[in-house]
Each structure stands twice: as structure tokens, then as C-alpha cells.
Design a protein around this ligand. Structure first.
Ligand SMILES: [Zn+2]
Length: 310
């Protein structure tokens, strides 16, 4: 009972300061993960009620974060259909943009779907990938106040867990001119690593991208790797949505952690992420995107690379 009273008092105190702390980006970041990975969202499996709830939440967060509806779409949603085994499944990406000073585009992406309910147990997918979506919203919130040079297209992809289906649908039926997309920055699992290590994958194929990697965050070591084809299964190039961009020879940076004890388990819950690591990981990714945006030289890089690949 005493503990209960103390807790009530603590809650009361924290409620009175909620306005101030809410303004801190770290807090909103955690709040987004906590909500999206709560049981009410039932693991956000593509085509389920939980996925629809996630879209409702994310649509309002897109709008709050200054993300605008694309001219070629009616709202944020891009619907697509695919066959999975014997089932026809309807997926929906959420897309929007922040206009830059140029029409060259960087796609900032993270998948919001997860694997749902299996044997009556909810797979909440806090790290995989509520964390990446929260990171995406943090980047949007920054650039809604500081106009970017590149036009930033924000993509919360559906059906990644069923084989990058949302990202593939986006690239088959792009809502913008494909050749304008200069880079994909994808986030998938950025909140859970006991060693403080975040991998940036993509610089093996595009070493020129390394020059943008200077960050200020103490709790994160950003490492290059997991992108050499010789690594076999440890090459992550095609293991999340950036793989669909890579297929089109669009340069990419994928941010993610190595698999951990809660990966694709019911224990991938909000309480098990590393909050200090996560806040700094999201900050580091934002800083790298800011560095890229300031330089404005991705255009020549990708055009040259695409010529070489042809
Ligand atoms: Zn994932």
C-alpha cells in the first residue's frame, strides 16, 4: 500500500512536469515504441486489425510530424495486394514527404508490420520494428522545422516480414519519378544491443557514403559491416526493405542491430529495449541524415554509380 501511495505521488509529480518532458525528442521516441508495441496492436501483422490500428496511430503522428500527403495519392496510404502461399493479402504502406529546396529525393523508411499473434501469444515487435518507425518520425519532426535540401519521402512500409512486399510494391508503383530517388535510408531494429553497437550497412557497395558518418552520441558505436556479399547470411543487404531499393541500384544505408535474445520472440517488448542506446541510435541516424543533406552531393554519386552498374 505504501508503495502504491509512493507510486501515485510519483505519477502525480511526473504528470505535472509532463508538458516539459514531452517536448524532449527522446521521450516522444520512447512513447511511439511503447504505444505501437503494446498488446492492443496485436503484433501489427499485415492485413489484421492491429495493423490497421498502427496505421491510424501513424497517420496522426505523420501529420503531427509535418509530413505532407503526396500529390499522386489521396492520403498517406498506398494499397497493394500480393499472394502469400495460398492467401491473397492486402497491404498498405504509409507514405508522405517534406519538400526540400530541390526535387532530388531521399527515401527514409522503416517497416511498421510485425508477425502478429501465433498460438495465442502476441509478438509485440518493439525493436522489430516499432523502433525504426519511431526513428523515422524523429527525423521528420526535425526536418519539418529545418527545411532540408533534399525532398524527404517518408515510407512506413507494410509486409516486410512477408518478404519486403511493401517496399517492392512501392518500387513497382512509385508515387514519384523513380530516377529522382537518390538514396534510401532504412531503419529496422535500432533499439536493442547490449554492446551499444549499431550497424550501418551499404558502404561496402557505396564506400563514398562513409564520409557522412560523424556523430556525437556517447552510447552508440556506429559500425560498418554486414554488407559484403561474401558473408552469405551475415550480409544484410537484402534482408530488410533496403533490399528492394538495392535491386533497382538505388544507393542505400541500412541501420540495424545484430540479432538478440528477443529477436522474433514474444519478449521483443518495450520493457526489453535499451532506452539509452535507442535514444542515441536515433540521434546518430538523424545526425548522419543531416550530414548527407548538408553536403547535397548524393546526386553525382548515384548517377555515376548507376552508369558504372549499367
Ligand atoms: Zn524487421
Amino acid at each position: 500500500m505504501k508503495a502504491y501511495l509512493l507510486l501515485s505521488l510519483a505519477l502525480l509529480i511526473s504528470c505535472t512536469t509532463v508538458k516539459k518532458t514531452d517536448a524532449q525528442p527522446g521521450n516522444q521516441l520512447l512513447k511511439d515504441v511503447e504505444i505501437l508495441s503494446s498488446d492492443a496492436y496485436e503484433g501489427r501483422k499485415t492485413g489484421t486489425k492491429g495493423a490497421e490500428m498502427a496505421r491510424t496511430y501513424l497517420s496522426s503522428r505523420f501529420s503531427e510530424s509535418g509530413i505532407k500527403v503526396l500529390e499522386s495519392l489521396q492520403g498517406y496510404e498506398q494499397a497493394f495486394t500480393f499472394i502469400n502461399g495460398s492467401e491473397t493479402i492486402n497491404g498498405k504502406n504509409l507514405l508522405g514527404y517534406i519538400q526540400g529546396t530541390t526535387d532530388s529525393i531521399i527515401v527514409i523508411s522503416a517497416h511498421y508490420d510485425h508477425i502478429g499473434i501465433i498460438n495465442n501469444e502476441i509478438y509485440n515487435g518493439a525493436d522489430d520494428n516499432a523502433s525504426g518507425v519511431a526513428g523515422l518520425l524523429k527525423i521528420a519532426a526535425h526536418f519539418s522545422k529545418q527545411k532540408p535540401n533534399y525532398t524527404l519521402l517518408f515510407a512506413a512500409f507494410d509486409a516486410e516480414e512477408m518478404g519486403l512486399r511493401g517496399a517492392k510494391a512501392f518500387l513497382i508503383n512509385p508515387p514519384v519519378v523513380l530516377s529522382k530517388i537518390k538514396l534510401n535510408v532504412n531503419m529496422d531494429m535500432i533499439s536493442h544491443n547490449d554492446k551499444g553497437e549499431l550497424y550501418a550497412c551499404g558502404t561496402f557497395k557505396y564506400p563514398e557514403l562513409k564520409k557522412y558518418f560523424h556523430t556525437s552520441s556517447p552510447n552508440v558505436k556506429v559500425l560498418f559491416g554486414h554488407d559484403d556479399p561474401k558473408l552469405g547470411h551475415d550480409d544484410w543487404t537484402n534482408q530488410s526493405d533496403q533490399g528492394a531499393f538495392n535491386e533497382k541500384n538505388i544507393p542505400f544505408i541500412y541501420f540495424g542491430v545484430e540479432d538478440h535474445k528477443d529477436y522474433h520472440k514474444t519478449s521483443d517488448e518495450f520493457k526489453n529495449i535499451n532506452t539509452a542506446f535507442f535514444i542515441d541510435a536515433a540521434q546518430s541516424i538523424l545526425e548522419i541524415v543531416i550530414n548527407i543533406d548538408k553536403k547535397r552531393d548524393i546526386k553525382s554519386l548515384s548517377d555515376e554509380k548507376r552508369r558504372m552498374i549499367k
